[in-house]
Ligand binder design. Structure first.
Ligand code: DAH
Length: 340
């Protein structure tokens, strides 16, 4: 009696195992058949009424049924795992024979690139390339450039002062002072570098930007020499004729002083945020070196003369590449940088 009950139970359990469509369905069969309150446990309750001989026989049969069903369950469960793995391997494959994608090559920052192009140009013209510190003395940044402490021109540049009394240089002009001391007359030099102003940041102003200073000291230096150098520079960078205008400008270290503006290359003169809607961009302030500056540089202004200019390198880069917001340059944003 128990024997046939067990056989029927085993057969139906095996059928359900074979038909189970998921690991969850299998688990349900396991609980119903092999669980503590399952069908097999139910059968074993009736064992107490059996004769000792029958009990041994049925006990064995019960055990073997249990083992058989357990391994059938495990096998079916493993087949689900195998199928899942096979499906995954099918979906997520990798061709290891393909060539590696390789690293993305880096590139020079546009500022570095233009700076190097200008250094190459000027070096080929026999001009010395000088370097100066970003933390500069008050004397070099101001006094030696004919900007004494009470001079109103000190307010033209909002300065980051350090507790040491030094400042972050507000322009590359202090390298003129260093250049005169280092080279003596006659001299022909440029000095590219980073400068700092305590300014509100917007599309055309940054607290940190780049300039390129130029200076020539020789006999009979004229504005024609100055214009020649500046035109050569612009032509080299833009590779085309650029419309320029020269207007008077005031800087304590030059006399006379000028502003050389270029027509905005972003809007072609029609007005945009970079040129503040004026169509022109101040790019090259310049002039003939003030006698006081020469004198403080240890050069006799009666025997020597000179010109100087302070190119806005950052603006030049913006014009050259059509960048309409200065903040991109120091953003570190890869979407911007990868274009160069
Ligand atoms: N240092 C000036 C500035 O940053 C720019 C400048 C003007 C430099 C005239 C010069 C110059 O060498 O001659 O505002």
């Amino acid at each position: 009696m128990l024997e046939s009950q067990l056989q029927a139970l085993a057969a139906s359990a095996q059928q359900r195992i074979d038909a189970a469509a998921s690991p969850d369905a299998l688990e349900a069969v396991r609980v119903e058949v092999l669980g503590r309150k399952g069908a097999l446990a139910e059968v074993s309750k009736g064992m107490g009424k059996l004769t000792p001989t029958d009990r041994v026989r049925i006990g064995k049969l019960l055990n073997s049924t249990k083992t058989t069903l357990e391994s059938a369950l495990d096998a079916r469960l493993k087949s689900f795992a195998d199928a899942a793995l096979a499906a995954r391997l099918d979906a997520e494959w990798l061709d290891v024979t393909l060539p590696a994608p390789g690293t993305r090559p880096g590139a020079l920052h546009p500022l570095t690139r233009i700076q190097q192009e200008l250094e190459d140009l000027f070096t080929s013209m026999g001009v010395a390339v000088l370097d100066g510190p970003e933390v500069e003395s008050e004397y070099n940044n101001f006094d030696a450039l004919n900007i004494p402490p009470d001079h109103p021109a000190r307010d033209m540049q909002d300065t980051f002062w350090l507790s040491s009394g030094q400042c972050l240089r507000t322009h590359t002009s202090p390298v003129q002072v260093r250049g005169m001391a280092k080279l003596g007359p006659p001299l022909l030099m440029i000095a590219p570098g980073r400068v700092f102003r305590n300014e509100e940041v917007d599309a055309s102003h940054e607290h940190t930007f780049y300039q390129l200073e130029g200076m020539m000291v020789d006999r009979n230096v004229s504005i024609a020499h100055m214009l020649y150098f500046m035109r050569t520079l612009l032509k080299h960078i833009f590779n085309r004729e650029v419309t320029v205008r020269l207007r008077p400008g005031y800087f304590p270290f030059v006399e006379p002083g000028f502003e050389l503006d270029i027509q905005c290359l972003i809007c072609n003169g029609s007005g945009c945020p970079v040129c503040k809607q004026s169509g022109w961009v101040e790019l090259l302030p310049c002039g003939l070196v003030h006698p006081n500056v020469l004198r403080m540089g240890g050069i006799d202004p009666d025997r020597w003369g000179g010109f100087a200019f302070g190119l806005g390198l950052t603006r030049l880069v913006m014009m050259r590449y059509g960048i309409d917001d200065i903040r991109w340059l120091q953003s570190g944003d890869l979407r911007f940088l990868r274009q160069f």
